[in-house]
Design a protein around this ligand. Structure first.
Ligand code: F6R
Length: 240
């Protein structure tokens, strides 16, 4: 695991965005593992700015997102499909049929997990992008999730629901369940990039980087990946 600490958050996004643009330009058929959440918004904005300026070609790229809430309609403004369309997919020339977000339809979520995992095994990711939960989660793999997990249904912890309530009208609106790529599925990507910024992530960063590698901190397993880079600002790195 390589750790990079920046004195400004902006520098992180500039570096990561230019890395993505280079990788997509070098390999237009790239397969990307993508994430949602507040951490990713500035990155996607820079990718869209780049597209408007340089027309970086996404027409052959494929994407696989980490997770989706269960029970929200697809067009709900807090669904992760909506997030991805809003922040990235609608602004670049990617084919929507090449973009995959797990489907959180309550009635067939178990089938949907099996189908998603099959797609993942047929489409190895070149780069997996991750954010970090304040409790050390990656995707929606909460503390205690097996490192051998594949795509599955999770019960969200109270902490994660509270952390995400800021995006909803109130806590009651935050779904209790989600479908997420498993930890084993994430680790099969050739490269992993994880970004964490702000003081609220400092404890999780410390557990990921310096704590024991165990399922109490799902992100700690990233230390065993052969090509994982962690991008931190000073606040997120403050307990290292
Ligand atoms: C989202 C995801 C989550 C977030 C994490 C951090 O697809 O997989 O693991 O990356 O909860 O969220 P933010 O960036 O909102 O702090």
């Amino acid at each position: 695991m390589e750790i990079k600490v920046y004195d400004s958050v902006d520098k992180i996004y500039i570096e990561v965005a230019s890395y993505y643009v280079k990788k997509i330009t070098d390999n237009p058929s790239i397969t990307l593992g993508l994430a949602t959440g507040g951490t990713m918004e500035p990155l996607y904005k820079l990718l869209v700015d780049d597209y408007n300026e340089n027309k970086t070609d996404y027409s052959k790229a494929k994407t696989f997102n980490l997770d989706e809430y269960i029970g929200l309609p697809k067009d709900h403004n807090q669904s992760y499909r909506y997030f991805m369309n809003k922040h990235l997919f609608s602004h670049v020339n990617i084919q929507l049929s090449n973009t995959h977000v797990p489907i959180g339809d309550k009635l067939r979520v178990n089938e949907s997990a099996i189908e998603f995992e099959k797609l993942l095994s047929e489409n190895p990711r070149d780069i997996q992008l991750l954010g970090l939960g304040q409790n050390g989660h990656i995707g929606f793999n909460e503390p205690g999730t097996s490192f051998d997990s594949i795509t599955h249904v999770v019960n969200l912890t109270d902490k994660t629901r509270e952390d995400n309530a800021r995006f909803f009208l109130n806590l009651d609106e935050v779904p209790h369940q989600a479908i997420t790529m498993g930890i084993k599925s994430m680790l099969s990507a050739k490269e992993i990039i994880i970004i964490a910024t702000g003081i609220s992530k400092a404890r999780a960063v410390k557990a990921m980087v310096n704590g024991p590698v165990n399922e109490r901190c799902p992100a700690s397993i990233l230390r065993r990946h052969p090509d994982c880079i962690v991008y931190l600002d000073k606040d997120a790195a403050s307990l290292l």
